[in-house]
Design a protein around this ligand. Structure first.
Ligand SMILES: [Zn+2]
Length: 299
C-alpha cells in the first residue's frame, strides 16, 4: 500500500497544470486527488447549486445579464487553450444566480457562476467583469480547487483511507466512498480559501487571459478599488476570500502594465457574437507568448 501511494504521489506531484507564458507561472503542484474525481465532485456540487437556484426562481432570470456574462466568458474561454491544450474539451457552463452577494466562482472543469450582486453593486463594465471571470477561470485552469481538495482529503480521510479508496475503485466499497467524496467535494470547494500563492497566480494569469481576449487589464485595478469602497459599508463575499490590500492593487497595476501589449495586439481582433453560437466556431485570432517559444498564434 505504501509503495502504491509513493508512486501515486510521485506521478502526480511533478507537474504544473498550465503552460508557462508571459505571466511566468510555473509552480509545480502536488495533485494527489485524480482529476476525474475533482471534476466529478464539482459537477455534482454545481448541479446542486443550479437546482437550488432554480427551485427558488433565482437562476438566469435576467436574460440580458445572462447574455452579457456568457458573451464575456466565451471570449475568455476561447483563449484558455493558450494556457492548457485540453481547455477546449472541457464542458464549460456559465450561469447567473440572483444573489445580492458580491461573488463569482469557477469550479474545476469549467463550471462558472456569477452572482447578480457582483454586477449590480459594482456597476461593473465589461472589462471589469472580464477581470473577475478571468481570475476565476484561471483558478480552474490551474486546478487550484483540486490542489485544495487533495490537501484536505488527505488530512480528513487520512492517507491510508484514501489509498484504500483508490485501490478499491470499482467495487462496492468505492461506491459508498464516492458518495461521501461528492459531499466532501462540495464542502471542500466552498469552505477552503485559495492560498495566497494561488491568488497571486490567478491575478497574474487572469490579467494575461483578459488581455488575450481583448479586455483592458487595467480594469482589474478599477474593479478591486470598487470592491474596497463597497467594503466600507458591508464586506463583499468576494473580498472575504480575496483580501484587496494596497499590495495586491500595486502588483495588479504593475502586471497589467507589463502585459498591456497583449491587450493592444488583441483588442482590435475582438468580434461580437451571439452567446448561443458554437464556442469552437469563434475564430478570433490573436497573439500570445509562451516561454518555450512554441507557436502562439491563437485560433
Ligand atoms: Zn481568487
Amino acid at each position: 500500500m505504501k509503495f502504491f501511494l509513493i508512486i501515486l504521489i510521485f506521478l502526480s506531484g511533478c507537474a504544473s497544470t498550465t503552460l508557462n507564458t508571459d505571466s511566468d507561472v510555473s509552480r509545480r503542484q502536488l495533485l494527489i486527488l485524480p482529476e476525474f474525481m475533482a471534476n466529478s465532485m464539482s459537477v455534482e456540487a454545481y448541479k446542486e447549486a443550479l437546482k437550488i437556484a432554480e427551485k427558488n426562481n433565482k437562476l438566469n432570470t435576467d436574460k440580458n445579464l445572462l447574455n452579457r456574462v456568457r458573451n464575456i466568458s466565451y471570449k475568455l474561454i476561447d483563449k484558455a487553450i493558450f494556457f492548457r491544450d485540453d481547455a477546449n474539451e472541457w464542458k464549460w457552463e456559465i450561469n447567473v444566480e440572483d444573489n445580492e452577494e458580491v461573488n463569482a466562482y469557477c469550479m474545476p472543469g469549467g463550471k462558472i457562476m456569477v452572482f447578480s450582486g457582483l454586477v449590480e453593486k459594482t456597476n461593473a463594465t465589461d472589462d471589469e467583469l472580464a477581470a473577475v471571470i478571468g481570475h476565476e477561470i484561471v483558478h480552474a485552469l490551474r486546478e487550484h480547487g483540486r490542489e485544495r481538495m487533495s490537501t484536505a482529503l488527505i488530512q480528513q480521510v487520512g492517507i491510508i483511507g484514501f489509498a484504500a479508496y483508490i485501490a478499491n475503485k470499482g467495487t462496492r466499497v468505492s461506491t459508498d466512498a464516492a458518495v461521501q467524496a461528492v459531499a466532501l467535494g462540495t464542502t471542500l470547494f466552498f469552505a477552503l480559501p485559495n492560498s495566497r500563492e494561488q491568488e497571486r497566480e490567478a491575478d497574474k494569469m487572469g490579467l494575461e487571459l483578459m488581455a488575450l481576449a481583448g479586455y483592458n487589464p487595467m480594469a482589474a485595478v478599477s474593479l478591486w478599488r470598487k470592491m474596497n469602497e463597497l467594503s466600507e459599508f458591508n464586506m463583499p463575499e468576494f473580498l472575504s476570500t480575496h483580501p484587496s490590500n494596497e499590495n495586491r492593487i500595486k502588483d495588479l497595476t504593475e502586471h497589467a502594465k507589463k502585459i498591456n501589449h497583449l491587450y493592444e495586439e488583441n483588442k482590435k481582433e475582438i468580434k461580437t457574437f451571439h452567446p448561443t453560437d458554437d464556442i469552437s466556431a469563434q475564430a478570433q485570432g490573436g497573439k500570445g507568448h509562451r516561454s518555450d517559444g512554441s507557436e502562439a498564434q491563437l485560433p
